[in-house]
Ligand binder design. Structure first.
Ligand code: GLN
Length: 552
């Protein structure tokens, strides 16, 4: 019988439920259990695919092409169970399913209501991931307890526990225990209120995980236990981790969370094997190199807009004992101040994906700067399209090279709509999405990095390189090193004459893990290390040439 863990959050949002849920998943997997992760989001959008990155950060794409919440990125980075369309449901999807059933007459003339129809649909969504191959399903409930829109989800998990039995279900509540500087005290009242609210709707949490800036004393834990009606050993401290998020599972392990879960759910497994995670921490604490990478995007000020890219750069650093400092650079700043002023001193420049024309001019300036100065460059999706535009304008001589996304009537459409996109009118879930195969050309950066002639990577785009321009670009030194297996779609471009200039139409950042860095990110970081070390040794012989890296 599959066991279920439900993770709810209280007091404030952005409390780290995703990371904590992923850490619990990782700890259970380290004991040999088969875990599947799931997120239920209370918003009404059918999926986050049409939302601005300002809302919930990046849209995380799965192999099956579903566009999901960024917390699924944490799940994939921390755990290895499969994630599919069933791993992320929103209120919008639940209602859509119920309304479609109603239109088909499936409710046989009954009045369709939140209880039982919406709640049943939610319970079915939870059961769908509990297959016979799964020991534990961890379902994170988005939002904060007390939100009106979370109520149907909370009622559903309350019922779910009744359905599957108390021994098969665990409620974990993540809460904030703030430290008030003025009073020089930790405050437990918000947690008491939050648990009180959960109890009002019939959920008594089994375990409380307390996010805190200051360690919680035993006395305080006793107080929380008493007033929240949980046992003392079930009040678990989760101290802020400023050094690295990869410390979180190790610190929860130190606080014996995994032991407690195993006991409460009557699970059996071996002692946790955390060698791979200890190695991550060892590498992070003992760097041999240090580089600084500029990530130039439209949403640089939003820390989660390019979350998986930042993580992937860290992973590549971890695998090479390199501290990777990342500067989030607003592309519009380059438009205002020039590439030299903003980008001088970085060891590598990365342009992430994106939509719309704002900031594209700055990205193109950044790419030109990287290309002409021999700075390692990595372009992703829109980053690749901008690299093709830049090369078209400044190397091939196509003055008005442009994507038809930004100018439908350009005389030089080097980037144009994919054929399959020409008649698409609905925006949600209609891009070229998910895992697609890519064939690699031998003796290229891509081939050398992947050590393989064919790979599968995740996509999310409507535009592509226009094949009309392939021969012209090749004649000017661009290499098309990755193509769709039928040779029709350009997936990777590179410049062999440059120390490292590579751009991809797909999103490699969705397949990188702290325990297994993505080969293209590794190659990019290796090139940045080489540049950094080369500059350092040149500077040692001639100090005036030193160009101080700027840190973000
Ligand atoms: N806007 C571009 C397209 O739709 C790039 C998309 C992306 O970067 N994810 O093709």
């Amino acid at each position: 019988m599959t066991k279920h863990i439900f993770v709810t959050g209280g007091v404030v949002s952005s409390i780290g439920k995703g990371l904590t849920s992923a850490s619990i998943g990782m700890l259970l997997e380290s004991r040999g259990l088969k875990v599947r992760m799931q997120k239920l989001d209370p918003y009404i959008n059918v999926d986050p695919g049409t939302m601005s990155p300002y809302q919930h950060g990046e849209v995380y794409v799965l192999d099956d092409g579903s566009e999901t919440d960024l917390d699924l990125g944490h799940y994939e980075r921390f755990t290895s169970g499969p994630l599919t369309r069933d791993s992320n449901y929103t209120t919008g999807q639940i209602y859509l399913r119920v309304i479609e059933k109603e239109r088909r007459g499936q409710f046989l003339g009954k009045t369709v209501q939140v209880i039982p129809h919406i709640t049943n649909e939610i319970k079915e969504a939870i059961s769908r991931v509990a297959d016979s191959n799964t020991d534990v399903v961890i379902t994170e409930i988005g939002g904060t307890v007390g939100d009106i829109e979370s109520l149907p989800f909370l009622e559903s998990i309350r019922q779910f526990r009744q359905d599957v039995g108390r021994d098969n279900c665990l409620f974990i509540h993540l809460t904030l225990v703030p430290y008030l500087k003025a009073a020089a005290e930790i405050k437990t009242k918000p947690t008491q209120h939050s648990v009180g609210q959960l109890r009002q709707i019939g959920i008594q949490p089994d375990i409380l995980i307390c996010r805190c800036e200051q360690s919680i004393s035993r006395e305080e834990r006793e107080k929380i236990a008493l007033f929240c009606n949980v046992e003392l050993d079930a009040v678990i401290e989760e101290l802020d981790k400023d050094f690295s998020i990869y410390e979180v599972p190790l610190s929860l392990r130190n606080n014996r969370l995994d032991e407690l879960i195993m006991k409460r759910l009557h699970l059996s497994g071996h002692a946790p094997n955390l060698d791979a995670w200890d190695n991550i921490m060892y590498s992070l604490r003992n760097p041999k190199h240090e580089i600084s990478i500029a990530v130039v995007g439209k949403y640089a000020e939003h820390k989660d807009a390019y979350k998986s890219i930042y993580e992937s750069l860290d992973h590549a650093g971890i695998s090479q004992f390199c501290q990777t400092r990342i500067a989030r650079i607003q592309s519009s700043d380059i438009e205002e101040e020039g590439a030299e002023r903003i980008l001088a001193g970085y060891d590598g420049i990365l342009i992430p994906g994106g939509f719309g024309e704002r900031g594209v001019a700055g990205k193109i300036q950044a790419i030109r700067y990287a290309r002409e100065r021999g700075i390692p460059f990595f372009g992703i999706c829109l980053g690749m399209q901008c690299a093709a535009i830049e090369f078209g304008r400044n190397v091939v001589g196509l003055e008005r090279a442009q994507s038809t996304e930004f100018d439908k009537d350009t005389p030089n459409p080097v980037i144009c709509l994919l054929d399959e996109q020409r008649n698409v009118t609905n925006l949600g879930g209609t891009m070229r999405l998910g895992a697609q195969p890519c064939s690699l050309v031998p003796e290229t950066i891509a081939y050398t990095a992947y050590k393989s002639s064919s790979v599968t990577e995740r996509h999310r785009h409507r535009y592509e390189f226009n094949n009309v321009y392939r021969t012209q670009f090749e004649a000017h030194g661009m290499k098309f090193s990755g193509l769709s297996p039928d040779g029709q779609l350009v997936e990777i471009i590179e410049l062999p004459e440059h120390p490292f200039f590579l751009a991809v139409q797909f999103h490699p950042e969705f397949k990188s893990k702290p325990t297994c860095a993505h080969p293209l990110f590794s190659a990019f970081v290796a090139a940045a290390i080489q540049r950094h070390d080369g500059r350092k040794s040149r500077a040692a012989s001639s100090p005036s040439m030193e160009n101080t890296p700027v840190s973000g």
